[in-house]
Design a protein around this ligand. Sequence first.
Ligand SMILES: [Zn+2]
Length: 277
Amino acid sequence: MGTISSGQSPAEILSDLGIREPKDLDVQAIAMHCGALIQYKPLSGCEARIMGLEDSAIITIDVNSSPERKRFSGGHELGHWMRDRGSATFQCNEQMFVREWSEDNPEKRANRFAADLLLPAKMFRPLSKDLPITFATVEKLATIFTMSISATAIRLVEYGSYPAMLICNSAAGREWYVASSTVNGKLWPVDRPGRSTQADALLQGHGPGLGSQDRRADQWIKNFRADQYWVKEDSRLWTNQSVLSLIWWEDESQLIDQENFEEESGSWRSDRRRNWD
Ligand SMILES: [Zn+2]
């Protein structure tokens, strides 16, 4: 047990173990290699927990969870072990697994670790190359990696071939979102989906979703002449009466125009500054 020290990255662990294919991502064997034993028992009040000692840990996962949830829980608890070993014990529930994606804390670090370990970029990128950013694609990839729809959808937004966002809405409006590096900090999602979106229909109790469809960008995006461009939307009901929406740009002209616009206005500003110097 335990030849790997705390602080090693998921990529380093996979490389040490010679794991190159999704089918070899055996979370129990990987945990064992990191000095952690995974056991499955009925749990109430949490999905998974970890108890760590000096150099070994016991991870307990709810035996009644789905296979996908069990895998992610295993990766998540292993993340606590490898990232936050000093902090005694963790008890984790499903809410933490998705909501904690945006803030930097031990739960986010553990989620990141799980995603990097079980949906590694090296394997995910080539498999998702040029595929549309839809739930059909997510399902295909989720099956290959035995991972949940939500974790796989986040990954597809991060590592897919197109600019994209995954946005979660409830009746109260936007709960959280994840954006690809190509749109993050450039385009912003609206606080609640527009009236002609599938997400709105699903939140009103109409459905099911219809697969990927064109929408005027202002139904989803707040800024940069959104009424003049189009995005694609694929929405579906998720847990707790919330709706997950994949928004993506097959035609990148909104992004390109925005970049050009910023370059032009930026150079205009620096020209002016130069004149003043
Ligand atoms: Zn946790």
